[in-house]
Each structure stands twice: as structure tokens, then as C-alpha cells.
Design a protein around this ligand. Structure first.
Ligand SMILES: [Zn+2]
Length: 139
């Protein structure tokens, strides 16, 4: 994160929005670009978008879902979002290219759907097909 590199002569601003200094908290939980992506992902899997504050995310991931398969699913989607946000940041720094959150979400959605539908998780949770049906729509 740029907030740990004050000795480098680089802009301290967030690569995604330029609206705040880049920090872990800002990039993954407060940035408008990231919040847009997380909102699209939440909508896709049919969960209510939580208030986008860091502590709420932690609480939500830890206690938000009592059912194990659903909790695992949510964690997989959030992990994919974190990976996508970090990739987008690096794309802008190193390749000087950028994606709109909708474009990045579409890539995330397709890649994750293929992996999940073909996973052991899907085989073990076949009866819980509401979520799997929703995921399959992305393929
Ligand atoms: Zn930002």
C-alpha cells in the first residue's frame, strides 16, 4: 500500500478513484470503485449489501451467515472481489489500462461461476441449488 511507502516519489492517491490516499481500508472497503464492485457482487448472489464500513464487513463475514455452505459461498465471492480490486489497482499502475466496475465484475462473475459450478462445493451443495442456479446464469 502506498501509505507504507512515504519515501517513494509516487502519488499517495488511490489509483481507482484518486479521491483519497491509498490505504488498505480505503482501497478495499471505502473506495467508490470497490464499493460499486462489491455492490454488484452482493446483488448477484442475492445478499443485501451491507453498510460499507470496514467493521461491518468483518462482522458480516464472521457471523453473518449461520449456514456453512452459504458462508463459504459468500467468502468465495468476497475473496474474488478483493482479488479483482487488487488486480485493477495493479492494471492501472503497471499497464496503464482501466476497467469500469461493471466490466471487472463481469470478468469476476464468469471466472468464479465456472470455478464454483465445477467445484466439490457445488457437488456437496447440489440441493441448495437456489444459489447455484443464480451462479450458473453468469456462464
Ligand atoms: Zn479510491
Amino acid at each position: 500500500m502506498k501509505d507504507n511507502l512515504p519515501f517513494l516519489q509516487v502519488s499517495p492517491l488511490c489509483e481507482l478513484c484518486s479521491g483519497a490516499e491509498e490505504s488498505c481500508r480505503h482501497l478495499f472497503f471505502e473506495c467508490d470503485w470497490s464499493r460499486n464492485l462489491l455492490g454488484l457482487a452482493a446483488n448477484w448472489i442475492g445478499v443485501e449489501a451491507v453498510h460499507f464500513k470496514f467493521q461491518n464487513w468483518l462482522r458480516w463475514l464472521r457471523y453473518g451467515f449461520k449456514v456453512k455452505w452459504r458462508r463459504q459461498m459468500i467468502r468465495a465471492v468476497v475473496a474474488a472481489c478483493v482479488y479483482t480490486i487488487w488486480s485493477e489497482r495493479n492494471r492501472r499502475i503497471f499497464r496503464h489500462q482501466q476497467l469500469h466496475p461493471h466490466q471487472a465484475f463481469r470478468l469476476l462473475q464468469t471466472e468464479l461461476a465456472v470455478k464454483l459450478v465445477n467445484s466439490n462445493w457445488a457437488k456437496a451443495n447440489g440441493p441448495n441449488s437456489f444459489l447455484l442456479d443464480r451462479i450458473r446464469t453468469a456462464i
